[in-house]
Design a protein around this ligand. Sequence first.
Ligand SMILES: [Zn+2]
Length: 319
Amino acid sequence: MKNMCTDLLGVDIGGTNIKIGVIDGSYNVKDFIKFKTEKDDVDAMLSSICDVICDLKDKYGFSEVGVGSPGRIEDNRTVIEAGNISYDNTPCADIIERKTGLTVYLDNDANCALYGEKFAGAGKDVSDMLVLTIGTGVGGGIMIGRKCYRGHNGRAGELGHFIMDINGEPCSCGLRGCFEQYASVTAFMKAARKAAAEHKESILYEIVGGDLSKIGGRTPFYAMYQGCCVSQKVIEEYICHLSDGINSLAKMFQPEIIVLTGGIINEGQIIADMLAPHLMPFANCVLSPLSGNAGLIGAALIKRERETAAQNVLPFANE
Ligand SMILES: [Zn+2]
C-alpha cells in the first residue's frame, strides 16, 4: 500500500554497517534493513544501497531519500575524504538519484545524528547541544541556538579530532593522538585484543577461544559480566578516556547536553553509570534515546533541517 506522504526514507552509511529505514510521522523506525559496508568496493556498496532503496520505494511510494555519509560533503552532493571508507570525491547524491529516480538529500553522518536528536531525540527541548557518534570512528555535531554550526567552510564538528596525546597514535585525519584514537569502538576493541593477548588466562581470551579477531565491541562487557577482571580494567580505562574528552568538550562549548550515540551505546545504561563519577558537574552527558538510530532518523530529516534553517535567520545562518 502506498503511504500518505508522512513516512520518510533514510540511509545511514557507517564504517561498519549500512542502515536503511522507513521513518513514520512520529519518528519511529517502521521498516529497517541493515547490512555490512563494502568499504573497499564503493560501486558495490552504492549498488546495494540503491537496490534496497528501490525495493522500499516500490513498497511505500517515496519520491525522496535522505543519506548520511561519513566524510566532508561538498555542495550537498559529493563525498570528500570519507576517512574510514575508501571513497573520496564520489558524487553520491548524483549516483543514487540516477539509479533510484528519487531526489537525494546528502549530509555528513554525524550532522544527521544531530538532526535526529534535535527533532526526535534528547535535543527536542534544548538550544545548545553536542552529539558524539561513537562507533568505528568518533564523529560530532554542534547545535548552537537550534542551528547546526558548520564553520565558515562547512567543515566544523570534527569532535573526534582534538589531540589528547601529542605523541599518540597517528590518526586518519593526519594528526596524532586524537580523541578518536582513544574513544572510538575501534580503539576499544584494539585495547581489548591487546589485553587478551597479554592475559591468556583471562575469561576474555577464553570466550573467543584464543581467536582475538572475534573480540567485538560488546565482548569485553560480556566477559566482565562473567567476572573477567582483565575486561573490567580495559573498560574502565576506556571510560576514563571517554570522560576526559567529554569533560574537555563540555568546558569548550558549555552545551545544555552532550548526547552519546553510535555503537557504544548498545551496552545501554552501564555506559552512563560508569561515566557519571568521572564527569565534571557541568558536563551533562546523556545516552541517545533513539536506540542507535539517531543517524538514520536524522538522515531522513535532512530536508526538514534545511527547510528549518532557511526559515530561521539566526546569527549562525550562512546557508
Ligand atoms: Zn584525528
